[in-house]
Design a protein around this ligand. Structure first.
Ligand SMILES: Cc1cc2nc3c(=O)[nH]c(=O)nc-3n(C[C@H](O)[C@H](O)[C@H](O)COP(=O)(O)OP(=O)(O)OC[C@H]3O[C@@H](n4cnc5c(N)ncnc54)[C@H](O)[C@@H]3O)c2cc1C
Length: 304
């Protein structure tokens, strides 16, 4: 592996990171876990003159949860941190499923969730669930800070709306809602070592036994994560046992625009979208029902 020549900076404060980004602009790349960046540098796909490592800046890896504000992931929160955190397991199991689907143990111990998003691969495993859960991202530069819905971060394969002097500082996921469940399922040929050929995040909220709200977001079947709004809206008012669920994957499978590649043909991807959407909705429904039962059984312990 041969890398281009570059200068490495290891700033110790956020202000220093932002000052370096402002000074070097498009010539610089920040490095979180490096699992995408170093691979791309070794292949000559990117050749930054300056690499700004984030690992010495304290606090960037914090993962915080509280029932009122939800979940906050600092930009150095690793995929393994999400996978292992008890609050994620308890309140955001679909995020843990997406983390589990990401690469191998060794990669997950280095890779960050923010890096997964900023790399903007269409098959990034952590993007669909975070979008489905309504996550937002805070982008910080010396010019100030702006917050966007995560879905608006992506512009195309490998492209985001981040300006050259901007850092994705943190990801915020809204608090869990009553009688709501989400699930993430993916398809990959060689399990952990291969990226997903299809990724599906689905979620729903039940009220009086019917779907009050649903979300379906697909990965690896369009240039950016595909939010299947019409298909999710069509589920409103359905009872989970209705015939709507078996066919719920058909509309997103038609609406997405997969490419064929070494991992799967376009046609196979469409077929698997239909299957995985149905299965993810079934799992999300089971979680929403279990949540509803738990809240009825233990009202004193319920978190808002
Ligand atoms: C063998 C292997 C298997 C893999 N399998 C999977 C898989 O199954 N699923 C999957 O989704 N991915 C997979 N990946 C890809 C990769 O591991 C993930 O995308 C990872 O989460 C990237 O995080 P990182 O911290 O290593 O990012 P880095 O490599 O450090 O950064 C990636 C890009 O994002 C930019 N960046 C990073 N952090 C920020 C920030 N805070 N603000 C602005 N820009 C930033 C960097 O400049 C760079 O351009 C795999 C990679 C390898 C090598």
């Amino acid at each position: 592996m041969s890398l281009c020549k570059f200068a490495y900076h290891g700033p110790e404060t956020l202000d220093e990171v932002l000052a370096l980004l402002a000074e070097h602009g498009p010539a610089a790349r920040v490095m979180a876990g490096g699992t995408d960046l170093v691979v791309k540098m070794s292949r000559g796909q990117v050749a930054p003159a300056v690499v700004i490592g984030l690992k010495r800046v304290p606090g960037l890896g914090d993962l915080r949860f509280d029932p009122v504000h939800g979940l906050e992931l600092g930009c150095m929160t690793r995929v393994s941190d999400v996978l292992e955190h008890p609050a994620v397991a308890a309140h955001y199991p679909a995020l843990a499923e997406a983390a589990q689907a990401t690469a191998t143990v060794q990669i997950r111990n280095m890779a960050t969730i923010a890096g997964n998003l900023c790399n903007a691969s269409p098959c990034a495993d952590n993007a669909p669930t975070l979008i489905a859960r309504g996550a937002s991202v805070e982008l910080r530069s010396p010019r100030g800070s702006r917050t966007l819905p995560l879905a608006e971060l992506f512009r195309g394969p490998g492209q985001t709306v981040l300006a050259p002097d901007e850092l994705l500082l943190c990801i915020t996921v809204p608090p869990p809602r009553a009688a709501t469940g989400f699930a993430y399922l993916s398809l990959s040929q060689r399990s952990a070592v291969d990226v997903s050929a299809v990724g599906v995040a689905a979620g729903l909220t039940l009220a009086d036994g019917r779907v009050a709200e649903a979300r379906i977001v697909l990965g690896a079947v369009a240039p950016t994560p595909f939010v299947a709004t019409a298909a999710a809206d069509a589920l409103r008012g359905q009872r989970p046992a209705d015939e709507a669920f078996p066919a719920a994957g058909d509309a997103p499978a038609e609406a997405c625009s997969p490419l064929g590649d070494v991992r799967a043909s376009a046609g196979y991807r469409r077929k698997m979208v239909a299957v995985l959407v149905r299965r993810a909705l079934e799992r999300a429904t089971a979680r929403a029902l279990a949540d509803g039962r738990a809240r009825t059984a233990r009202p004193a312990e319920v978190t808002p």
